[in-house]
Design a protein around this ligand. Structure first.
Ligand SMILES: [Zn+2]
Length: 298
């Protein structure tokens, strides 16, 4: 497992952050030859029909662009994103879970960044200090309040996700209360203020399953813009195996041997998380290779 190449962690685009302070950045970049545009609608991007590449637009094709974001540049020119209220029906619109793992490095990175940034703008229209409507600035990388001049930065919320194994090298997988039936995955949870990721690993496992774990080891990370998470992947060892689920967030949790998990996946009794996810990488890293059946439908 190459933890530096998780599906959504392969961004290759130069973000060219030094250009963001140029007040004419958006106008000039939009008009520059070679500029290509990622089209965003809700939580989807325009892709080719096979979802393996972005369907990038020329600025001239985009009428009434709305919110425009400067994503950066590559050797062919600038890269921008626009948020479409009304999606062009002739294009294929794909959620990141469906296309992130099949796209190449550049497009996966662009899609992840565009969707993360667009999601932040959509959820933060107003100033958190005074309530006034804020305006995009710095090519879409901040919002400014016209009333009190405060500047607001995009949020990224760190979360831990962890493969817990016991002394027999069985893997702990759980079923979340809000998930489709038979979906099982690794435990995960958000960091709380004042907490390290290692502390959150131990706390979340204890809260959700009553299993006590030690020795959290960092593996890798990837953005998960649904809408604003950064997933920090860990492994940790269980020193107890008795499971008591919290029944609020987690309704079932079981220890799986490799043979038991392979069998459950083959029969459909366990549906694994999408190949785009860190959870899938953690599970297959423990398993020792791909688990072929059981891909989640979405
Ligand atoms: Zn304000």
């Amino acid at each position: 497992m190459d933890w530096t190449r998780l599906p959504l962690s392969r961004d290759t685009t130069d973000r060219a952050a030094h250009r963001r302070t140029d007040p004419d950045l958006v106008r000039d970049s939009w008009a520059a030859p070679g500029t290509r545009v990622v089209l965003v609608h809700g939580a989807a991007v325009a892709t080719t029909a096979d979802r393996a590449a972005l369907d990038l637009a020329n600025p001239a094709e985009v009428a009434d662009p709305g919110l425009v974001l400067f994503l950066g540049a590559d050797e062919s020119g600038d890269l921008m994103a626009v948020v479409r209220e009304d999606p062009d029906p002739d294009r294929t619109w794909s959620g990141l879970r469906d296309c992130g793992h099949v796209m190449g490095d550049r497009d996966s990175g662009l899609a992840t960044t565009a969707l993360a940034l667009a999601a932040w703008h959509a959820r933060h229209p107003c100033c958190s200090r005074c309530g006034a409507a804020t305006e995009p600035a710095l090519g879409g990388w901040t919002r400014r309040c016209p009333q009190d001049g405060s500047e607001h930065y995009p949020r990224t919320d760190p979360a831990v996700i962890m493969a817990i194994t016991d002394a027999d090298d069985r893997l702990l997988l759980a079923h979340g209360a809000a998930w489709p039936e038979r979906r099982f995955s690794t435990l995960a949870g958000y960091l709380e203020p004042g907490e390290t990721p290692e502390h959150a690993v131990v706390r979340e496992v204890a809260e959700e399953t009553a299993v006590r774990v030690v020795d959290p080891q960092y593996r890798g990370s990837q953005p998960w813009p649904f809408p604003a998470s950064l997933m920090l992947a860990y492994t940790a060892r269980a020193v107890t195996t008795q499971i008591t689920v919290d029944a609020t967030e987690v309704t079932q949790a079981h220890w799986f041997s490799r043979a038991a998990l392979a069998a459950a996946v083959a029969t459909g009794d366990v549906v694994l998380p999408t190949r785009t996810s860190v959870a899938r990488a953690l599970i297959e890293d423990w398993y020792g290779g791909p688990l072929d059946a059981g891909d989640a439908p979405r």
